[in-house]
Design a protein around this ligand. Structure first.
Ligand code: PLP
Length: 455
């Protein structure tokens, strides 16, 4: 019953957003002026405040669930996930310990174990939900660091004889810069590895950097491969990197924050071959699994390593839950823990694996339609990926002016990106299962009309 009302509200919103503007035209003063009436001294009814906020959200956001939003990977959301988030807010279960929320803990474990199997990880692999990819990447670095240098946990980096270093391509996600800072490794611990002509990590350069660093007394411990770079959707050569890491005794982490969804597609999953050898994987359910934020996932081949990195014991928490189960607060970054996993569980339950495969493959096909349509219209494509992300340019284009006109006319939302230090190009990613071929053809046609203003 609750779901029926929610479903019809969601369907109406979907249609309103699809027929409305994508890009907000608003000033800071307008927003602050509107908010100034909320002094919190005089109560405002929920109906009134809620209606006001909804109006603001409708008019003053980039509408990432619009079928012509081709931006960073913020997806359209599938309804069972919205229903799940509502249920979670209503019950507000605490997942820190197994004993407090046994059903919720087991629903998460069941869902993650299924997905870990899809990635080819062993049955005893550890996994947990995170707020997003950044937290999952943080988990990977802390777990790998603790495993390689057990004294790090008690005595810190200052107790180590050599400075630990991390290897990642120049196209890897910048969450690692913050993580290096926060973990105490320092940003210089990140050793950027050059990319080849297709923006994939260059294995020879990686091998040289690791050897040189070892020769200079540093302590390499982790290689981060990206499966779907943020900028260009490129997948690093996972099987080669896995072999290299095994032979050099380095932790192999795969950041598949958005590309990881491809594992559910029979047509695309081969692009992720090699991921089964990972020591750890980041995959965001709030990207290609079309769930609302925040739903990241961290998978780890070595369950005992997660326990070593995040162990905790205090008298004020309920006693440890014994034997085959574990308490999440003793194995993960978070303490109090929201029931993040319900949205993936309900979405998988409703759509099934085949429904998800269809949704993901539809988006991959739309990526191909976009690539071909742009090429036929005279744009030069600069990236190569099986994922639906197209980076493109043309002679003499002023990106900023072009994008400003695109936004002003509410044609589409796309962005600019700089790849491998070259001149910035345009970037368009299919992030919505609602995007159709006619949306794409219309956008590419309208873009032609804008060229005279931006060249
Ligand atoms: C490859 C990659 N890794 C990590 C992240 C960070 O994920 P989140 O924004 O969920 O923290 C992103 C975000 O776009 C990403 O593309």
């Amino acid at each position: 019953m609750v779901f029926d009302a929610l479903r019809s509200a969601a369907a109406k919103l979907d249609s309103d957003i699809g027929n409305g503007p994508i890009v907000p035209q608003v000033t800071l003063e307008e927003i602050r002026g509107r908010l100034s009436r909320y002094d919190f001294a005089t109560p405002v009814s929920l109906e009134e405040a809620g209606a006001d906020v909804e109006q603001m959200m409708r008019a003053w956001h980039v509408q990432v669930t619009h079928p012509r939003y081709f931006g960073l990977f913020n997806p359209s959301v599938t309804f069972p996930a919205v229903a799940a988030d509502t249920l979670v807010a209503l019950y507000n279960p605490q997942l820190a310990t197994w004993r407090t929320s046994p059903a919720a803990n087991e629903i998460e474990r069941h869902t993650l174990a299924w997905l870990a199997g899809k990635f080819g990880l062993p049955a005893n692999a550890f996994a947990n939900f995170t707020t997003g990819g950044a937290e999952a990447n943080l988990s990977a670095v802390i777990v790998a660091l603790t495993r390689a240098f057990p004294e790090y946990g008690e005595h810190g980096l200052r107790s180590l004889r050599a400075a630990p270093t991390i290897y990642l391509s120049e196209e890897a996600h910048h969450s690692f810069n913050k993580i290096a800072h926060m973990s105490g490794l320092g940003r210089c611990a990140l050793r950027p590895v050059a990319t080849d002509a297709d923006l994939r990590m260059d294995l020879n350069h990686l091998a040289r950097r690791v050897a040189e660093d070892r020769g200079n007394g540093l302590a390499p411990f982790l290689v981060v491969a990206t499966a779907g770079t943020t900028g260009a959707g490129v997948i690093d050569p996972l099987p080669d990197l896995a072999r290299f890491c095994r032979s050099e005794n380095l932790w192999f982490h795969v950041d598949a924050a958005w590309g990881g969804g491809a594992i559910l597609s029979p047509r695309l999953k081969d692009a992720l071959a090699g991921i089964e050898a990972a020591d750890s994987i980041t995959c965001d359910a709030h990207k290609w699994f079309s769930l609302p934020m925040g739903a990241g996932m961290f998978f780890c081949r070595h369950p005992e390593a997660a326990g070593a990195a995040f162990h905790a014991e205090t008298s004020y928490m309920p006693p440890k839950t014994a034997e085959q189960v574990f308490d999440q607060y003793t194995h993960t970054v978070q303490w109090s823990r929201r029931f993040i996993g319900l949205k993936l569980f309900l979405a998988l339950a409703q759509h099934g694996e085949s429904g998800y495969a269809a949704m993901i493959e539809h988006q991959a096909r739309m990526g191909e339609v976009l690539r071909e349509a742009l090429q036929s219209a005279g744009w030069r494509i600069v990236n190569r990926t099986p994922l639906p992300l197209v980076c493109f340019t043309r002679e003499g284009l002023d990106n900023k002016r072009f994008l400003a006109s695109l936004y002003e006319r509410q044609i589409a939302w796309m962005s600019e990106v700089r790849l491998a230090g070259a001149n910035p190009v345009l970037r368009a990613c299919i992030t919505s299962f609602k995007t159709t071929e006619s949306d794409i053809r219309w956008v590419v046609g309208e873009m032609e009309g804008l060229l005279s203003h931006a060249q």
